[in-house]
Ligand binder design. Structure first.
Ligand code: NAP
Ligand code: GDD
Length: 359
């Protein structure tokens, strides 16, 4: 039985990856942060006795307290578990928040990655343990070519992107210096029903559900022109695993090869709750109007603008299609929006997710 260690197991990707690996018969270990409030919501399907049977016996699922900024803790955990595979998904992953917390973002996203690689090296596990680093399309930032591939030069535009660029290079450096199987998945945006509520897609699908059920009046957004290559998180965690199963340690771009604007996402999400949006005005004055009632339901609030913006991201998934035999369009953009709106419609209906987020 293979052993995997996942940092960031309580996050969107970590929770899907844990389920995926348990289904594959792995013994899965996850790092969880001590928190004063409940932080295991996304792991409930694994933890609940009912679902566990369908996923895999949850006897194979183990949680450990830890934090990637704590090198002692990381080294002890890796030494005790001696995993065959490590998936380093832990991160301060919110781009706008990284402008408020650049130092902390650096500690977690850059130094945290080093702590893991160095632990594997110090413990003499370089031949046994394969390491996956959660790299990101944010490395491309102010894009130098369209679409972006494994050979496109980087130009990060946020403290998050800059910290992640260290994570990318230190992973590659350990691969080249110590002959480790240490690799980067350069993943473009991927979303799901489990997406954090302050990322734009989830903010929109939750608002569409609440507005349709008269539990919210308006949705305030930042840059509506922003373009992203949005995929489905459940499809993307499979790729993380495929990258580690590949015969050679190589970095891969994971993307759909399709780009849509925030405005398009809004239109489609509201369409699923039978609200047709009509846009009026421009820039900060642009408003989304409910065509049937004339009510303004979407407005721009400059507080959601970023000091430096990534205007567009479009990935070229050719390498992962060819070498990993991965299908980037398993879930279409339309299906992704639908699945998220349906899930939020149900949750809002059950009075879940009616809290106001600080964002
Ligand atoms: P997420 O939902 O924000 O999850 C982040 C995870 O990291 C959470 O489990 C969080 O724990 C944990 N974490 C944060 N700081 C930590 C620390 N100091 N020590 C240990 N754990 C820590 O992010 P995601 O969307 O699943 O993304 C997973 C990874 O892929 C991240 O590294 C992200 O930067 C990267 N990525 C994401 C995307 C995307 O579109 N989703 C695209 C490219 C790359 P808590 O639950 O306790 O906060
Ligand atoms: N969050 C947010 N909130 N974003 C908004 C809003 C808003 O109200 N209005 C417009 N946007 C725009 C942002 O300015 C950005 O251009 C785009 O929507 C997407 O924002 P996010 O959903 O916050 O994601 P991101 O692209 O900044 O970062 C995500 O994807 C990266 C991969 O490219 C995160 O998951 C990162 O961790 C990941 O690396």
């Amino acid at each position: 039985m293979k052993k995997a260690l996942i940092t960031g197991v309580t996050g969107q990707d970590g929770s899907y990856l844990a389920e995926f690996l348990l289904e594959k018969g792995y013994e899965v270990h996850g790092v969880i942060r001590r928190s004063s409030s409940y932080n295991q919501e996304r792991l409930e399907d694994i933890m609940s006795a009912e679902e566990a049977e369908a996923i895999q016996n949850n006897e194979n699922f183990h949680l450990h307290y830890g934090d990637v900024t704590d090198a002692l803790n990381v080294t002890r955990l890796i030494g005790e578990i001696k995993p065959d595979e490590i998936y380093n998904l832990a991160a301060q992953s919110h781009v706008r928040v990284s402008f408020d917390m650049p130092g902390y973002t650096l500690d977690v996203d850059a130094k945290g990655t080093l702590n893991i690689l160095e632990a594997v090296r110090i413990l003499g596990l370089t031949e046994k343990t394969r390491v996956y680093q959660a790299s990101t399309s944010e490395l491309f930032g102010k894009v130098q070519e369209v679409p972006q591939s494994e050979t496109t030069p980087f130009y990060p535009r946020s403290p998050y992107g800059v910290a992640k660029i260290y994570g990318f290079w230190i992973t590659k450096n350990y691969r080249e210096s110590y002959n480790m199987f240490a690799v980067n998945g350069i993943l473009f945006n991927h979303e799901s029903e489990r997406r954090g509520e302050t990322f734009v897609t989830r903010k929109i699908t939750l608002a569409a559900a609440r507005i349709a059920q008269q539990k919210q009046d308006k949705l305030y957004l930042g840059n509506l022109d922003s373009l992203r290559d949005w995929g489905y998180a459940k499809d993307y965690v499979e790729c993380m695993w495929l990258i580690l199963q590949h015969d050679k340690p190589e970095d891969f771009v994971i993307a759909t090869g399709e780009m849509h604007s925030v405005r398009e996402f809004v239109e489609l999400a509201f369409k699923h709750v039978d609200i047709e949006i009509e846009w009026q005005g421009e820039g900060v004055e642009e408003k989304g109007i409910n065509k049937a009632t004339g009510e303004v339901i979407v407005e721009v609030d400059p507080k959601f603008f970023r000091p430096a913006e990534v205007e567009q991201l479009l990935g070229n998934p050719e390498k992962s299609k060819t070498l990993l035999n991965w299908n980037p369009t398993k879930t279409s953009f339309e299906d992704l929006v639908k699945v998220m709106v349906e899930s939020d419609t149900e949750k809002v209906g059950k009075e879940l997710f009616n809290r106001k987020m600080f964002d």
